[in-house]
Design a protein. Structure first.
Length: 616
């Protein structure tokens, strides 16, 4: 073989020019492939970043949705003590009167049906928030008390989707479980971000919490307002209202109501110690009175016997029936106590005397209640029709000022005019806690003139109109409080213990016609467990959460004193129990503001419970 010819052929200059183009093309292909790979990696990284951001957002949406459900359950407490399969029935049985039945074509706005219960213990801020079509709160309250029947279907039905955070996400209920033996509730919620059928992220979380069980009590709940309970409590005030008392303003949820003026000039101070008798202003303490704006229902009125019940009691000599209030002494010879025993001034054991006044009760002269020197009597006055104390009519206790006198006015207003006085006479008119007026259907408390009244007045349907220069040393609880430009009128002379004593006396006195009772609704007290879950995981009660001992004996006692300490006394034990449960985030999750969460997410932020509830 001629190797030289072959080498010359390969190295000939005319052949070298033909290899340049393939080399350029091959290099271009390499660069193109590399650029494509880089671009694809960038797109993949961007997708991962987007996916991570959507995941964080869906988690935040789930958290906000779960927070809404805690508020939802507190505003609809019958649902908090039922598993989710029973929610539609519970809703229709207890809340359809104010929001419409689930499945109905329209919702009712009538106030005559079942009303949305409010948590009573410790008070609850008035919440009247509606959610618009995009799931955004329509005011700053962030509450869930007004939800229509059409909206409620999506709230109580697992798998149904509802919008939240101005449409930036959706929430779906997975389920709710309740264990009445452990007093634990647990709710699982999914947060959804993205379009259906497109790029979408779904996260699921579960909250587990302590649920205070529903309780029926025979004692009232007196809100803890200031250091002594509410001296003035109303659902509406005139703009010039002034009080030397702790004020409870429950005007927030009503229509056509006016709030109490919260400036310092409206709440100068509270009295220093018990009020003295006589026409003068009591000594004031250096402590400013407080105002609390909470929508809290009034305690129930004690029972007023029916006509047939009165007939039975009168026939048994357990109630003394009179046609008027013309007498000047109660009790007196010929009367009987509530056990049917004839009156005797020498009796030393405590006695209860009940009177039914079938006609008009108009007091003109001094009237004494209680036997002089005894101080252990309770007098219950039932007035069927009118009641008036005018001119120099005076209602006073026995010489020791220790007799308890309770007036129950069925269909009457309370009118105290001129120099008429309650609980103010010489040598002693009795302390304010010994005098109480309960207006069952009356709509007016008319206090005019110059007299002082030392009493507790409870008229939940009435407007108190104070003109002239009268003073109340005690407490006034009414629907509306008006002063009509007059000087300050109400001086608080009762505290939490006094209120409890007044209502206990009133309820015990009505024992023959059954005690007045009050249902304290269930309430979520604190979150003990917060867990992220795989999507589709059924709701469960976490192992280790058990609050059975927190309310073991509460049904047998008044909750009014327990309420203020319930959370503080159980938080430490609850947290320790929760820490042993399976939790991927927190063992004592704070319930942060619902509005804060939703607003944060609507603005494009991320809510982080792990940072103590902050928008980031």
């Amino acid at each position: 073989m001629n190797t030289r010819f072959f080498l010359n052929f390969l190295t000939a200059s005319k052949r070298n020019a033909g290899f340049a183009m393939p080399m350029v093309i091959m290099g271009g292909l390499v660069i193109t492939v590399a650029a494509a790979a880089i671009a694809m990696k960038g797109m993949n990284d961007q997708n991962q970043v987007t996916s991570k951001a959507m995941k964080q957002q869906s988690e935040a949406i789930a958290e906000a949705g779960a927070a809404q459900y805690t508020d939802f359950l507190n505003n609809h407490p019958k649902l908090a003590i039922a598993n989710h399969v029973d929610w539609p029935t519970a809703w229709n049985n207890h809340y359809s009167g104010s929001t419409g039945s689930i499945g109905s074509s329209s919702s009712s706005s009538s106030a005559s049906g079942a009303q949305i219960p409010q948590a009573l213990v410790g008070g609850q801020a008035c919440q009247t928030t509606d959610y618009d079509s995009t799931g955004n709160p329509t005011n700053s309250g962030g509450g869930t008390s007004n939800i229509s029947s059409s909206e409620a279907t999506n709230w109580v039905t697992p798998g149904n989707v509802r919008s939240i955070a101005s449409g930036k996400g959706k929430v779906s209920l997975v389920g709710y479980a309740y264990d009445g033996l452990k007093n634990v509730g647990s709710i699982a919620v999914q947060g959804i971000v993205g379009e259906d059928g497109g790029n979408q992220s779904v996260s699921q979380i579960q909250y587990a919490f302590m649920v205070r069980p529903e309780q029926v009590l025979n004692t009232p709940i007196i809100p803890q307002i200031g250091t002594g309970g509410p001296g003035l409590w109303a659902r509406s005030f005139d703009t010039a209202a002034i009080a030397y008392a702790n004020v409870l303003d429950s005007s927030g949820c009503g229509s056509g109501t006016t709030a109490f003026g919260a400036s310092a000039g409206n709440l100068p101070a509270v009295p220093l110690g018990p009020l003295p008798n006589g026409n003068h202003t009591p000594t004031l303490s250096s402590n400013a009175a407080t105002i609390t704006q909470k929508d809290i229902p009034f305690p129930p009125l004690p029972n007023y016997p029916s006509t047939s019940q009165f007939a039975t009691l009168v026939s048994q000599n357990k109630v003394n029936q009179l046609s008027s209030c013309s007498r000047t002494q109660y009790p007196a010879a010929g009367d009987h106590d509530s056990n049917g025993n004839a009156y005797s001034s020498s009796t030393t054991t405590p006695q209860i005397y009940k009177y039914r006044i079938t006609g008009n009760c108009a007091l003109q002269n001094n009237t004494q209640f209680g036997t002089t020197g005894k101080g252990n009597e309770t007098i219950i006055m039932y007035v069927d029709s009118g009641f008036t104390a005018s001119n120099n009519g005076r209602l006073s206790s026995d010489g020791n000022g220790a007799a308890k006198v309770h007036w129950h006015l069925l269909n009457s207003d309370l009118t105290l005019r001129g120099n008429a006085q309650v609980g103010s006479s010489s040598p002693s008119g009795g302390t304010a806690k010994n005098w109480a007026f309960f207006l069952h259907n009356g709509t007016s408390v008319d206090l005019r003139g110059t007299a002082d009244h030392y009493a507790f007045i409870f008229a939940p349907n009435a407007t108190a109109d104070m003109r002239g220069n009268p003073k109340i040393g005690g407490a006034l609880w009414v629907n509306r409080f008006e002063t009509n430009g007059a000087p300050p009128k109400v001086f608080q002379a009762l505290n939490q213990q006094d209120f409890n004593e007044i209502f206990t006396t009133a309820y015990n006195a009505s024992g023959e016609t059954s005690y007045a009772s009050q249902t304290v609704p269930a309430k979520i007290e604190l979150v003990g467990n917060y867990t992220t879950q795989e999507v589709g995981t059924p709701v469960t009660i976490p192992a280790g959460l058990n609050y059975a001992t927190a309310y073991a004996s509460s049904a047998a006692s008044s909750i009014s004193s327990q309420a203020s300490s319930t959370v503080s006394s159980t938080t430490s034990s609850a947290s320790s129990m929760a820490s042993s449960a399976q939790s991927s985030v927190s063992s004592a999750l704070p319930l942060s503001s619902i509005t804060d969460r939703v607003t944060c997410i609507a603005a494009g932020g991320n809510w982080n419970n792990g940072q103590g509830g902050r928008c980031r």
